[in-house]
Ligand binder design. Structure first.
Ligand code: SF4
Ligand code: SF4
Length: 112
């Protein structure tokens, strides 16, 4: 039986100095589309008294639409919240619920 090579062959890769430089987009130059216009009639609402500031909603929100101050969740930035409900799904305490778009809410749940 033929013997098997112990290691896979190493591809002949260029050294990093020989790579073609790629583009870099810095935050102030990035396009920031107002994805809030994508919502379909419902938006998230924070019930601050149930929030334990685990920040899971902030971590999972695909549009960085969860407003925080330090490690405290304040509410949602509706210019960018597209109403996907991911924050509702990951919240362990049920502190976020979806409400009708027309309901008047403070911009940030904990801001007076
Ligand atoms: S519904 Fe929640 S997770 Fe989805 S975009 Fe709005 S704040 Fe972010
Ligand atoms: S996931 Fe829920 S409990 Fe955690 S920070 Fe967000 S709203 Fe608060």
């Amino acid at each position: 039986m033929p013997s098997m090579p112990l290691k896979p062959p190493v591809p002949d890769l260029p050294r990093y100095r020989d790579l073609i430089p790629g583009a870099t987009v810095v935050s102030q130059d990035a396009v920031q589309p107002h994805t809030g216009g994508w919502r379909l009639g419902r938006k998230p609402q924070l019930e601050a008294s149930r929030c334990v500031n685990c920040l899971l909603c902030w971590l999972y929100c695909p549009d960085c639409a969860v407003a925080v101050r330090g490690t405290v969740v304040l509410g949602f930035d509706y210019d960018f919240c597209k109403g996907c409900e991911l924050c509702v799904a990951v919240c362990p305490t049920g502190a976020i619920s979806m409400v009708d778009e027309g309901k008047q809410l403070p911009a940030c749940g904990r801001v007076g």
